[in-house]
Every structure is written in C-alpha cells, then in structure tokens.
Design a protein around this ligand. Structure first.
Ligand code: DSN
Length: 423
C-alpha cells in the first residue's frame, strides 16, 4: 500500500497522515456497517485514474466536448456490464450517488405535485423516499406504508393497496436502508398496475445480492425501474445508477433528467471504477461472495436470538440485522455503538420501528456482513463476532469482558487481514 500513496506522502503530509490513519482503522478493526465494504485495488486504481481530468457532458457518441474516444469506451463498457448484471434493457451510470439517482428518477417519472407511495423511514425506508427533512418533499407528495408486524417484518400489503387506491400514486416505491427481509415483489407490482403507477425499487442495499443471484431480481417480477448505489454490497466505487427494465421512453426521460436536468460533467473516473466493479460482479466468484454474505448474517442472527436479544423483523433474509439493544439490554444504540467501537467493531446506532427514543440516541443498532465477508470471515467466525458483541453488550462495565472482546476482535482482524486484492 505504501506505493499507492507515494506522491501524497511526499507532497501533502497532512492528508497522507489521515489516509494512513484510515488504512489502519480499516485494517485493525472489523467493519459491520451494512452499507460499507472493501473495494478491490482495481476499483481504487480506476477511481483514482487519469479520467478525473476529463469533461464529458452528454452520453457516448453525443458529447459536448472533444477528445471522448476513451471516455466513450469506458461508459459503453459500464453500461453493457450493468445491463447484463441486472437483466436491464437500459442503464444510466452517471448519477453521482444514490440520492442523486432517486431525485433524477422522481423528476423523470413525475410531475410536481404527484404522489409517491414509499416505505416509512422508521420502518426501514430511506430519507430520499420522502422523509419530511428532504427538499424533494416540497415538490412531490410522499405517502408512507409500514410493516404490519414488526416482529416478522411483514409489510402491510393490504393497507398499502388501500392507501394506493385512495391517493393514486404515480410511483409505488420499494426498497430500504434498514429492513432485513425479502419483499414480496409481485404484490408491489400488482398494486402499482392496479392504480396505474410505476413500480420502482431502490436496490441500493442489496444490489450485490441481486447481482450475485443470492436475492431475487425485482425486474423478474415486472418492476419498471431500479435505482441503486454502487458501493454497498455491489462492492464498487461511491456512486449511483438507474436501471430501466424495458421501456425506451422511460430510459430516455431518465437520461435527460440526469444530464442536463441535474448534473454537469459525469465523473468518468468513477464510471471507470463502476465498470471494473461490474466486471468483478459478473464473475462466478461473486456469486459465492453474495451467498456467503447471507450465510454470515444468518450465523449472527442465530447468536442474537439464542442470547435473547430482540431482532427487528425477527431476523434477516439479507445482509443486515437490526437489534433492539435498549429494549433487550437497557443500553441505548449510541452507547452500544461506542462500546463496540472501543472493542474494534464499527457499526451504527439506528432507530427501530416505533422507537420511543431520539434518532441521535435511538434504541437500536444496525449491522451486517458485506465487509467481513470480503475479508474472508465465514459462519464460524461470524458466530464468534456476534458472540463477542453480545458478551460485551451484556457486561459493558466488566473490564475482563472488555479485554477479552478486544483481544478476540484483534485476533480475528489479524487472522483475516484485508485480502491483498482488496488492500
Ligand atoms: N447511508 C446509507 C446507509 O448507511 O444505509 C444509506 O444512504
């Protein structure tokens, strides 16, 4: 890794110091934030490549600046790989992030004042799915659905259908950032068709699981559009993407909305890194990776259940888990995050459905397995991580437990260093 920063080391000691700090932090602890991962060296090389120099407003073959021989090639490769990976008819790889992708999608499919039916943030949805703090809610009308049963995670599809009939949304939006169960895609599409809405899924969290065939693909159930980030389970650079199943009309609107509607010059270095990540995800080894993410999450579920800690939705079908640490152990999500951080485990505090505490100090923690799976941990080690978490959360003041947890995490980090390909 020394070579990777050779010039920064010489020219900018302040930034070099911070980069080294992050290198050490990522190497010495275990990363359980379910939206994070370790990308490959190849993705990082593309991300830091010469393409950062280039302006390429427009799309391949239709740019506003000259000198696009290689940027066009890169974007075409990214588009083809994205379509193949997700079975999409069309793709747009220019969104700078997931929020940008969602905003562009809304403007492509809606008129101001139109209604979107999306999942409530407190039940697992995302800020960009219509939380009142976002400016997008000044333009479109967002109505929310929730889980019917917090203990099983079952969505209240009947209520969703009844609301849809009443408010006539233009988009029925599936997707989440803190929901651990597989959705019933057919029901979403049926409801959308019944009220004449588009069926859209924000697959940001599970894009890698879909790409690796470890989770169902919403396009197989008739969803019209999918938005995503590329840096979570998909293990690519930070960025976004919009996929259209088959409608050329929708795809054209999306292209126009992304550029010139909202963005300027695309980040071609990031698009190159997306292409590299998509190429990696098309390899058979990515299927093994995606499946192992699920197995590791199940192993962690087993420990938490056995130890009597309440898991929201009763467990997990995907890469993430939500534990009610306040309800089960009397410590807040913030306290749990801090205790685990000190032990070398990074995760995030998270509000749980019907939380009685504040978002900055909620009842829950959210954690998941994409990064530790990249690191090579399997079920046996995931059980150990989960057991260490539970031990320290049950006895946060016991110095002996704190010490043994720190040692267990240190030993796992040493035995499972970030693999050479990802370091
Ligand atoms: N911040 C992302 C996450 O952690 O899930 C969602 O935008």
């Amino acid at each position: 890794m020394e070579d990777f920063y050779a010039h920064i080391a010489e020219e900018d000691s302040e930034i070099y110091k911070a980069l080294q700090g992050e290198e050490n932090r990522e190497a010495l602890g275990l990363e359980l934030i379910p939206s994070e991962n370790y990308v490959s060296r190849a993705v990082r090389e593309a991300s830091g490549s010469i393409l950062t120099n280039k302006y390429s407003e427009g799309y391949p073959g239709k740019r506003y600046y000259g000198g696009q021989e290689f940027t066009d090639a890169v974007e075409m490769i990214a588009l083809e790989r994205a379509k193949k990976l997700f079975g999409a008819g069309y793709a747009n790889v220019q969104p700078l992030g997931g929020a940008n992708a969602n905003i562009a999608m809304y403007f492509a499919l809606l008129e101001p004042g139109d209604t979107v039916l999306g999942m409530d943030l407190s039940h697992g949805g995302h800020l960009t799915h219509g939380h009142p703090v976002t400016y997008i809610t000044k333009i479109f009308n967002f109505v929310r659905y929730k889980m019917r049963n917090i203990e099983t995670g079952e969505i209240d599809y009947e209520e969703m259908h009844a609301i849809a009939k009443k408010v006539r949304p233009k988009i029925v939006l599936a997707g989440f950032s803190a929901y651990p169960r597989e959705l019933d895609y057919k029901k979403f599409v049926d409801i959308a068709r019944d009220v004449g809405a588009y069926a859209v899924m924000d697959i940001a969290h599970i894009a890698g699981l879909i790409a690796g065939k470890a989770a169902k693909n919403p396009f197989d159930y008739g969803f019209d559009v999918m938005t995503t980030t590329t840096h979570k389970t998909l293990r690519g650079p930070r960025g976004g993407m919009i996929l259209t199943r088959e409608s050329e009309e929708i795809a054209r609107k999306i292209d126009k909305t992304v550029f010139p509607g909202f963005q300027g010059g695309p980040h071609m270095h990031t698009i190159a890194a997306k292409a590299v990540a998509f190429g990696e995800a098309l390899r058979p080894s990515f299927k093994t990776y995606a499946l192992q993410i699920l197995r590791n999450a199940k192993a962690m579920e087993d420990v938490f259940k056995r130890e009597g800690i309440r898991l929201l939705a009763g467990g997990t079908d995907n890469h993430l888990l939500l534990a009610d640490v306040y309800g089960s152990l009397g410590i807040s999500g913030k306290e749990a995050e801090e205790i685990l951080d000190e032990a070398g485990i990074t995760l995030n505090k998270n509000a749980i459905a019907n939380d009685t505490r504040s978002p900055m100090d909620p009842s829950g923690i959210r954690f998941g397995t994409p990064a530790i799976t990249t690191r090579g941990l399997k079920e046996k080690e995931s059980l150990r991580v989960a057991q260490s978490m539970v031990d320290i959360l049950k006895h946060p003041k016991d110095q002996q437990v704190r010490k043994s947890t720190q040692e267990a995490i240190k030993e796992l980090s040493t035995t499972f260093p970030i693999p050479e390909r990802f370091a």
